[in-house]
Design a protein around this ligand. Structure first.
Ligand code: HEM
Length: 454
């Protein structure tokens, strides 16, 4: 309705993600344009909204290969704490080496030197199991004691890596590479084979237990795979397999990356943690009264009504959108509300990462982590924010189909973790985003979990 006017071409915003493409036809267009009208490929327009950060820079216009410098993310300040129950790390699924200071810390030695293996295995395995469960209602069991091989999880990492390459490259380029069977397309092919085998196995395991379900009410509570099995449009196994792989890719790293940013932000905002715990308290008390003694686990239906927790999720996704870059292709010539002309075949990149930090959209405190902004004036209920303003789950007909599942999964994980543990981010880590289609932390996040005394 009131698009931000971005007057000049060729600006590049350094508070955005690193490794973004510069393009010969690089242009800047308002983010509040009508997204429905942009959909299929050709020239590239870079939709890089104005940004409120002081790191905003102007780079030379079209035709340059210059890139913005990587934004510097804060280093985590040290905080003196001694007792450690155990050490955990969330996302990303591939972490190279633990940071030196972390390796030297007491926590690391307490974990008998196997922290790195644990980080890699647990974060990846947890997210994989979590993504697979609503899909198949089959637990792949990656966290079981015998630590089965996780080829499918590694294959998914490869797919995400190559996805970024494909997003940045013109289709003709990666198609040629695919035809020549060279990397990264060759790696993608191998990963695809592994994923297909995994999905086939899960489908076979699941089909054994599947029964037909009828109306919507009966469908409630069934896994996603079963709902496809009962749909005559998906009676082709290849199509079904492709659909399931899409869901796995859409579901795993988005939730994993968001959880990481949530715990990172909460560790710096103890007041917000207290408010979340206050919101959880009545549910936890009921459970304790009913006889739960050690760990209080929050079930999905119990977290539905937790509005403050939802606001925390949205606030995190505003500043750290799991899918930071939307790529759209213009279906028909048009003029955007901002006055920018777009032409059939133009490719448009929308930086959700920048949009979440724009003063024109979120106000003067746009860079502050403040869940209260999501509440109505009286502070009682969540205010309506249109999806074209808060684009983290996309807007229009291609909106995220897993939004409710994602919110439910994240709420249960955060509620159960925060109620039972104090989460402390370990000192000395370099917090940086990773150049990827998903806004993951480059080095993961190391935290100490200490059982709360209650
Ligand atoms: C924090 C969590 C998540 C975020 C931020 C997120 C965000 C998004 C975004 C931005 C898109 C649009 C992509 C595009 O077209 O460019 C999308 C699509 C999609 N998402 Fe999610 N997603 C999340 C979790 C999930 C989960 C858990 C599932 C499945 C269980 C899921 C399933 C899908 C599917 C199937 C699509 C494709 C929809 C279509 O093209 O019609 N997502 N998601």
């Amino acid at each position: 309705n009131n698009p931000a006017v971005i007057p000049t071409t060729g600006q590049y915003c350094t508070c955005s993600l690193p490794s973004w493409p510069t393009s010969t036809t690089c242009r800047i267009i308002s983010p509040l344009s009508s997204l429905d009208q942009v959909t299929t490929s050709g020239r590239t327009a870079l939709l890089e909204p104005e940004c409120s950060s002081s790191s905003h820079a102007t780079l030379p216009t079209s035709g340059t290969s210059s890139r913005p410098t990587t934004p510097t993310f804060p280093r985590v300040r040290s905080s003196p704490r001694s007792s450690t129950s155990w050490v955990a790390a969330s996302s990303p699924s591939t972490v190279s080496q633990p940071v030196d200071s972390v390796r030297k810390s007491r926590a690391y030695s307490a974990a008998s030197g196997c922290l790195q293996g644990w980080r890699l295995a647990a974060a990846t395995r947890f997210m994989f199991d979590m993504a697979a469960t609503p899909l198949f209602d089959v637990d792949p069991g990656l966290l079981s004691w015998d630590m089965p091989p996780m080829d499918a999880a590694v294959a998914m990492d490869t797919v995400m890596e190559v996805a970024l390459f494909r997003v940045m490259m013109p289709a003709s380029c990666w198609r040629l590479i695919r035809w020549l069977n060279m990397d990264p397309e060759r790696k993608l092919k191998a990963a695809h084979t592994v994923l297909c085998a995994f999905v086939m196995e899960m489908m076979d395991r699941r089909k054994v237990n599947t029964c037909r379900v009828g109306n919507d009410e009966e469908q409630e509570g069934i896994d996603i795979f079963s709902s496809f099995l009962n749909d005559p449009d998906y009676d082709d196994d290849d199509l079904l397999r492709a659909m399931i792989i899409s869901y796995m890719l859409a579901a795993r790293d988005t939730v994993g990356a968001t959880l990481t940013w949530i715990f990172y932000n909460l560790a710096q905002h103890p007041k917000i943690v207290s408010i979340i715990r206050k919101e959880l308290s009545p549910i936890a008390s009921r459970k304790v009264a009913a006889g739960v003694d050690s760990m209080v686990i929050f079930e999905p239906n119990e977290t539905k009504s937790l509005v403050y927790l939802r606001a925390v999720l949205y606030e995190t996704l505003r500043l750290y959108p799991a899918a930071p870059l939307e790529r759209k292709v213009v279906a028909a010539d048009d003029i955007m509300p901002s006055g920018h002309e777009v032409h059939t075949g133009d490719t448009i990149f929308i930086s959700l990462h920048s949009m979440g930090r724009m003063q024109g959209i979120w106000g003067k405190d746009c860079l502050n982590y403040n869940p209260d902004r999501w509440f109505s004036e009286d502070g009682n209920k969540l205010r309506y924010i249109p999806s074209h303003k808060f684009l983290a789950f996309n807007s229009g007909p291609r909106m995220c189909l897993g939004k409710d599942i994602a919110v439910m999964q994240m709420k249960t994980v955060i509620a159960s973790t925060l109620w039972n543990f104090d989460v402390e981010v370990m000192e000395g880590q370099s917090i940086q985003p990773k150049p990827s289609c998903i806004l993951e932390m480059k080095n993961g996040l190391m935290v100490k979990l200490k059982k709360r005394e209650m």
